[in-house]
Design a protein around this ligand. Structure first.
Ligand code: NAD
Length: 419
């Protein structure tokens, strides 16, 4: 068993690497083997015998519950901690029980603070946009803070009453319209939480030679939380990446001090020098702009809730959840779990209908993350070839003018051929 490990801030990847995986519930049993076959073949073609992946199953979800009585056994957590990287299929959210969501539990245990979702369009896939080829975005969604931190109290509970009493008596808050029947939630957004997310987004833009990072927020309304996110985001760029970036906050300052012409000239010079433009956009305007001018955006850095909405809209613009990959990453420790972003799809589970692309593209992200770019490119090209030819599972093929509907096994075989 060969583990990935971190040394002096760098990921060290053995040539025969063990990758822990969670098969996943529902359609997980179909997409996981499909993905593994394709990855194995791509690695073999790219590196002959020199590199290989050994898959190691770990349990979570219904399979874990059936076999061990636990939804997320400690051994699974420990293996992910130990092996640094892993991949997972979708998991059922247990109803009742102590765990709110298995995905959230995994993210919290490993402090996976970035949810990375690359969004690109494949030629042949039907999109609601006129020019989907202009979509190439990389969403960095903050994964540990915001209203999603799970700090909330139900209306009528003792905790909600106590919380309101504190707000009213200690903090002088009189703006709660219906205090007796209000539930309450808390939205923590910190300097460290923001900075590590925006730092990762900028580093990613540098590594991938991307033109801009847009900080997406609602700071116009939530001044200290989302407004803080914007302010601290710009600070990271200005203090840690002065050489590589040009911020719109600096542009505004130049405009005020020296006039618009000088500010424009400074920005043009920065673009010429290949500097990354750091800008910001209010979340609602951003959702509209991405539909109208998707080419204006590249890397997106945003808070947890905004990131949730943004991810789904952008996924819909290029073919929907069947084809949307994702990863949860802690760039400081190296821990990363790659995952299908959709759920267990119980309505089609076991019917050989599911589109395995979300997990396949997540494995492409994993191969890129460990530096096995040649294998990643082989898979991407194979998918491009298949889609261009109209070969796809039902969810995509039904909208394609030249659609050739394949079941999950047939699609998997088609990709293996295209490799
Ligand atoms: P879902 O994503 O499972 O399904 C929504 C719709 O999309 C369904 O019609 C489904 O058939 C379709 N769909 C999803 N993935 C597809 C694919 N790869 N190919 C073709 N069609 C696909 O969402 P849901 O029904 O709301 O949730 C079902 C279960 O999954 C719930 O228990 C939920 O909590 C869980 N869930 C897990 C994750 C995760 O593990 N990351 C994410 C979302 C939901």
């Amino acid at each position: 068993m060969s583990k990935v490990y971190m040394k002096e801030g760098k990921l060290i990847v053995p040539s025969n690497v063990t990758v822990p995986f969670i098969e996943g519930d529902g359609v997980g049993a179909e997409i996981t083997p499909s993905c593994q076959k394709i990855v194995n073949k791509a690695v073999e073609l790219a590196y002959s015998e020199k590199k290989s992946i050994e898959w190691m199953e770990v349990l979570a979800g219904e399979k874990a519950f059936r076999q061990t009585g636990e939804w997320l056994p400690d051994t699974t957590m420990n293996v992910f901690k130990d092996y640094i990287i892993g991949i997972k299929g979708p998991l059922t959210t247990p109803i009742g029980g102590g765990i709110r969501s298995l995905n959230v539990a995994l993210r919290q245990a490993l402090d996976l603070y970035v949810c990375l979702r690359p969004v690109r369009w494949f030629k042949g896939v039907v999109s609601p946009l006129k020019e989907p080829q202009k979509v190439s975005m990389h969403i960095f969604r903050e994964n540990t803070e915001d209203i999603y931190a799970g700090i909330e109290w139900e209306q009528g509970s003792d905790e909600a009453k106590k919380f309101y009493k504190f707000l009213h008596d200690e903090m002088g808050v009189t703006k709660v319209r219906f205090p007796k029947t209000s539930s309450f939630g808390v939205k923590p957004v910190s300097v460290e939480g923001t900075k590590r997310l925006v730092r990762s987004a900028i580093q990613y833009a540098i590594q991938h030679n991307l033109p801009s990072v847009t900080i997406v927020h609602k700071g116009n309304i939530m001044k200290f939380t989302e407004g803080g996110f914007k302010k601290w985001g710009y600070e990271v760029a200005e203090t840690e990446f002065e050489e590589q970036t040009f911020t719109m906050s600096y542009y505004q300052k130049l405009k005020k001090d020296l006039g618009e012409e000088s500010a424009k000239a400074a920005m043009a010079e920065a673009v010429n020098k290949g500097k990354i433009i750091i800008k910001d956009c209010i979340a609602d305007a951003f959702l509209q702009n991405t539909l109208l001018n998707p080419e204006d955006y590249s890397v997106i850095a945003t808070l947890n809730l905004n990131g949730d909405y943004v991810s789904d809209q952008l996924a819909a613009m290029v073919g929907g959840i069947g084809i949307a990959p994702g990863a949860n990453i802690n760039y400081a420790t190296g821990h990363a779990i790659f995952e299908a972003t959709h759920g267990t799809a119980p309505n089609i589970a076991g019917k050989n209908l599911v589109n395995p692309c979300s997990l396949i593209l997540s494995s492409v992200m994993m191969l890129e993350y460990i530096g096995w770019k040649e294998a990643a490119e082989l898979i991407t090209s194979a998918l491009e070839k298949a889609f261009e030819n109209g070969d796809a599972t039902l969810d995509l093929a039904r909208f394609m003018p030249n659609g050739n509907t394949l079941n999950t096994d047939e699609f998997t075989n088609r990709i293996l051929e295209c490799l």
